[in-house]
Design a protein around this ligand. Structure first.
Ligand SMILES: [Zn+2]
Length: 543
């Protein structure tokens, strides 16, 4: 375990809030009703959702956080090729007798796209190089790009990180995925290296889902922030199917499995694959506006210091090409977290005396499109992030009763866990790490954008150790949700839910937030954490 760096001496609240299962249930029922049409950003469902959230925040007595408005406009852009994009591979040294380039089959061999908002996208005869896991991590003394000038090249990258394959706890973080294992990181690093194109190899084990999921999720318009000036991106980003990657290596006289093994070593160096990639397509873009909803309770002593709660209000909306139930109600994901956010706002507003620090309630948009609402907030914070003591994110509540465990996603990260552990003890519960750290869940919800800005974050998963039915039963509940309801129209409100566990979790969120809001201390990331240096840098700007 990580030792505490400073002793957090936080007072726990004496005033318990009136968090009731019936209230949470009623709010979820409203947000997940068909009238809200699946809460798609920039859809009629958004208007309904915003109206409801603003009226609830007003009613409980929270102040607007964006000047005199509760709404922070978030400009979105949806980018999509006008037609099936084309890509070809040409072998180097192939007889120059007009030997045709090989067409890459979109959907079967690979999925590719460009973030370039509009106009023609061209990749021309770009040299293909295998760069292992595509990781540059000074703290692990690791550089897969060592000795390569990647500018203009097409880099082929393995998904996940070396520790995942070896399960060696000394290598990165063993089975637990670091950010270096996320595909988002792979594209970001390739762009930093100046690569023209990046191809991430899909393998079901390390990716965590089958190829069909890649085809399904990358065959639609890509959403981004329409603010421009974003981080650099490769001209072409792509996932390639494992069999295609093997062929690419084989044609170069290389063995994919041998390359993979070599990539597990610190002395790995990039390997040219003796081929060049070209691609041509035309993008079109559609710009729209969505909104974050933000309210604040001003602190009584240190109003310029903040504790922030967030929950994404958006979900997948309504499908236009689907027979039967086409509404993705998102009752658990994340009408439940949004309901909790409102409960917390109401609980803080009902305190006899405002907390010493300010408390911010942020309902984000476009989380399902790539954490975009929180990304926009982190780029355009309504309150300075260096003065934000913590960001507590609520993405889904437990709907199957009380549990003994409190599951912390990304366990072992910051002192917030010490505050949480004390609150959990009062409920006779214990903290537990997430059961599947290799899935990289920590990097897949809104708190991550706050972490990237250095703000210590807290994100809980659903407990599984059911008080009434035991652990196996709890795990089965979770598995059933993932299989039958997660991101499906079947994620609907159910009046039979047991929300007693949700009430306990919301109380934990409240107690942790209140303890921080009554304190003058700044919780820290633990030593060795990847976000610690960022926080130290921003601390100077604090006062
Ligand atoms: Zn969610």
């Amino acid at each position: 375990m990580h030792p505490a760096l400073i002793a957090l001496s936080l007072a726990f609240p004496v005033q318990d809030p009136a968090v009731q299962a019936a209230d949470i249930s009623a709010r979820i029922r409203t947000l997940a009703s068909d009238a809200f049409a699946g809460r798609g950003p920039s859809s009629p469902g958004e208007e309904k959702t915003l109206t409801y959230l603003v009226s609830e925040l007003e009613r409980v007595g929270v102040r607007p956080a964006a000047g005199d408005s509760f709404l922070q406009p978030v400009p979105l852009v949806a980018v999509q090729p006008t037609d099936t994009p084309a890509m070809q591979i040409a072998r180097e040294g192939a007889p120059n007798d007009g030997a045709p380039k090989q067409d890459v089959v979109f959907g079967r061999d690979a999925m590719w796209w460009s973030k370039t908002p509009r106009g023609e996208v061209r990749l021309e005869d770009s040299e293909i190089v295998f760069v292992g896991h595509g990781i540059v991590a000074p703290e692990y003394d690791w550089n897969d790009y060592e000795g390569l000038d990647a500018r203009g090249k097409t880099v082929v990258i393995l998904v996940n990180d070396p520790g995942y394959t070896t399960r060696d706890d000394e290598l990165f973080r063993g089975r637990a995925m670091t950010y270096y294992g996320r595909w988002t990181y792979k594209f970001e690093e390739a762009a930093r290296q100046g690569a023209a194109a990046a191809m991430v190899v899909h393998e079901e084990g390390p990716a965590g889902y089958p190829w069909q999921v890649v085809v399904g999720s990358w065959g639609r318009p890509r959403f981004g922030l329409a603010t421009g000036g974003d981080e650099p991106a490769c001209t072409v980003e792509s996932w390639i199917e494992a069999a295609f990657a093997r062929r690419l290596c084989k044609d170069a006289g290389q063995d994919f499995d041998a390359l993979k093994r070599a990539a597990l070593e610190r002395d790995f160096r990039p390997v040219p694959l003796g081929a060049r990639a070209s691609a041509q397509f035309v993008n079109r873009a559609q710009v729209s506006e969505s909104h974050n909803v933000a309210g604040v309770i001003r602190g009584s002593v240190r109003p310029d210091e903040y504790v922030l709660y967030c929950a994404h209000w958006d979900h997948l909306g309504t499908s236009t090409n689907r027979a039967g139930d086409a509404i993705f109600n998102g009752a658990v994901d994340n009408a439940s977290g949004t309901a909790a956010l409102l409960e917390l706002a109401e609980s803080f507003a009902a305190l006899d005396k405002a907390p010493t620090r300010s408390v911010v309630f942020l309902a984000t948009t476009a989380e399902e499109s790539g954490l975009l609402g929180s990304k926009f907030y982190a780029q355009n914070p309504l309150f300075p992030l260096e003065c934000t003591a913590a960001a507590i994110n609520i993405d889904v509540l437990n709907t199957y009763g009380r549990t003994r465990d409190v599951v912390v996603v990304g366990y072992g990260a910051s002192q917030l866990e010490e505050v949480l552990a004390r609150a959990a003890a009062k409920q006779e519960r214990e903290l537990a790490p997430e059961p599947t750290p290799e899935k990289g869940s920590f990097y897949r919800s809104d708190h991550f954008n706050f972490a990237k800005a250095g703000v210590p974050v807290l994100f809980l998963g659903r407990g599984v150790d059911s008080r009434e039915h035991g652990r196996e039963w709890g795990e089965a509940q979770l598995a059933d949700y993932t299989k039958r309801r997660y991101h499906k129209p079947a994620d609907e409100f159910d009046a039979e839910w047991d929300l007693s566990g949700a009430v306990e979790d919301v109380l934990l969120y409240f107690e942790v937030g209140q303890a921080l809001a009554q304190s003058a201390e700044w919780p820290e990331w633990f030593e060795g954490n990847e976000f610690r240096a960022l926080r130290e840098k921003s601390r100077a700007a604090r006062h």
